[in-house]
Design a protein around this ligand. Structure first.
Ligand code: GDP
Length: 300
């Protein structure tokens, strides 16, 4: 976790440091506020949240004044934390009930890091002594099932898969059935992220969910978003949120961008909390998202 935090700080430091430098300048004038605003917009914070933050900072500077860099840091920290919202419930439902495993669907556009996230998450759960089954329902991308199975073997959990180009819903059903029969704690289902048409996506994801729900309720729908794709990622996220009830966001590749503002924008836009962040390609590079830690990494 310390290592992950360091990596996050390295990639996100420039946003926080830039803001901090502006807010600690000797004279805060209109130009300073413009610069703060453009720093936030450039970091993908989004127009609405940016204006809100600037308004709040302006008020605090007017009312309290900022005497030194330390005070600037403290004001900025508390306003950023408020914007990221530490009150959101970011817990993952990954505990079995008396009767069934927790069912977690992982959705998102291809290439965002879905399969990798399923693998990393399986590893986290196994480390918590949970029994896990993986469902390789991404039958569209040729190598996806192999990739998932490799993760499964590495982590030591079973992967349920079907023929290439097979029916995703029937594989998802089989995975859930296998999980129920084996009495495991969690079934993680990887899905295909073809965003050819909204109705196509809706039909496919809707069917996967409906078919699973013949035997078990879905507990989490995690939407994977690539942090490096900025506004594009947001547009995709909107489409997914319209077709399926998303319960949490996984923001991947946060190690590859200094635009951490996307965390704020995406939560605002979808009204869904960021629950996990991906900070690299390795097995240990998935971390629970924590508002205060995130802001501290921005400002360190
Ligand atoms: P999928 O098509 O959505 O299943 O995407 P994959 O899981 O195959 O990931 C696409 C690429 O992104 C792979 O090369 C992954 O190693 C890489 N990737 C996934 N998550 C992260 C992350 O958090 N950081 C970085 N740097 N790369 C990632």
């Amino acid at each position: 976790l310390v290592r992950l935090r360091a990596r996050l700080a390295r990639s996100q430091g420039s946003l926080g440091k830039g803001l901090l430098a502006l807010l600690s300048s000797d004279k805060i004038d209109e130009e300073t506020w413009d610069d703060i605003e453009s720093t936030l917009i450039t970091a993908d914070v989004g127009v609405g949240p940016t204006q809100e933050l600037v308004e709040r900072l302006r008020t605090r500077v007017r009312v309290e004044g900022i005497a030194n860099a330390e005070e600037a840091r403290s004001v900025l920290r508390s306003e950023l934390v408020a914007l990221v919202d530490p009150t959101l419930d970011r817990s993952l439902k990954t505990s079995r009930t008396d009767t069934k495993p927790a069912i977690v669907l992982v959705v998102g556009v291809n290439g965002t890091g879905k399969t990798t996230t399923v693998g990393k998450l399986a590893r986290v759960l196994v480390a918590e002594d949970k029994q896990v089954v993986l469902g390789a329902a991404d039958t569209f991308r040729a190598a996806a099932a192999d990739q998932l199975q490799t993760w499964g073997e590495r982590v030591g959990v079973r992967t349920v898969r079907g023929p290439e180009g097979g029916d995703p819903a029937s594989i998802a059903f089989d995975a859930v059935k296998a999980g129920i029969e084996a009495g495991v704690d969690v079934v993680l289902v990887d899905t295909a992220g073809r965003l050819h048409t909204k109705t196509g996506l809706m039909d496919e994801l809707g069917k996967v969910k409906r078919v699973i729900e013949k035997s078990a309720e879905v507990d989490e729908v995690l939407l994977v978003i690539d942090a490096t794709t900025g506004q594009n990622g947001l547009t995709q996220a909107r489409v997914f949120a319209e077709v399926i009830n998303v319960t949490g966001i996984v923001l991947t590749k946060l190690d590859g961008t200094a635009k951490g503002g996307i965390v704020i924008a995406v939560q605002r836009e979808l009204g869904v909390p960021v629950k996990l962040v991906g900070l690299g390609e390795g097995a240990d590079d998935l971390a629970p998202f924590d508002a205060e830690q995130f802001v501290d990494a921005l400002l360190d």
